[in-house]
Design a protein around this ligand. Structure first.
Ligand SMILES: Cc1cc2nc3c(=O)[nH]c(=O)nc-3n(C[C@H](O)[C@H](O)[C@H](O)COP(=O)(O)O)c2cc1C
Length: 175
């Protein structure tokens, strides 16, 4: 699949067959993450956590359900990849958030390329960030905050051409 095809066919997939992501697929996903640009090349300011342990996934789901009053915020996906970063609480956090979002989008496009379903996850990540015990269970390093995530899994919800509305993002072109 070429890049434009993956970009145009990508969609948020929220139904999974339950079949695990293979080790080869996981390696490919991580390769895409490691290929991501990171502000000033400071790769040690971001951290990835690949959660495939069903008990931990259920714990994250429960924590998110308690926080938002909604069940199954991970949609039963067999894998959640969490991107964590160091936040300072000032305007420079812009780069930290952008780094994680960029990595997650690389992962998402790689998932499309591998014919895996995937969806950016914000809600459940907020819930994890607010639970120090869960952060410890997930081995998220001290001083790092989970800020972005992606659920991934095999899906029957295949990718096809999508109609992308032109101009749906307000755009000023200043010639
Ligand atoms: C930063 C970010 C956070 C998101 N968080 C969630 C989420 O927590 N749960 C969810 O179901 N979808 C989430 N999404 C998916 C968006 O709802 C989705 O991308 C948008 O509605 C456009 O649909 P599409 O991805 O199918 O094109 C998120 C997307 C982004 C970029």
């Amino acid at each position: 699949m070429d890049t434009m095809k993956a970009l145009l066919e990508r969609k948020s997939v929220r139904s999974y067959t339950g079949t695990p992501v293979t080790i080869e697929q996981r390696n490919q996903l991580l390769k895409a993450a490691y290929a991501s640009p990171v502000s000033m090349g400071q790769y040690d300011t971001v951290e990835l956590t690949v959660v495939q342990n069903p008990e931990l996934l259920a714990q994250i789901d429960d924590t998110a359900a308690k926080r938002f009053g909604r069940e199954k915020m991970l949609y039963g996906a067999p894998m959640l990849i969490i991107a964590s970063t160091q936040l300072k609480g000032d305007a420079t956090d812009n780069a930290a958030y952008s780094n994680t979002a960029t990595i997650i989008e690389n992962l998402n496009l790689a998932a499309v390329d591998l014919d895996l379903g995937a969806c950016h996850i914000w809600g459940a990540i907020v819930a994890v960030a607010g639970d120090d015990g869960l952060k410890r269970s997930l081995k998220i390093s001290e001083g790092f905050t989970p800020v972005a995530g992606l659920v991934v899994g095999q899906t029957a919800d295949g990718y096809t051409d999508r109609d992308i509305p032109e101009g749906r993002i307000k755009t000023e072109i200043l010639d």
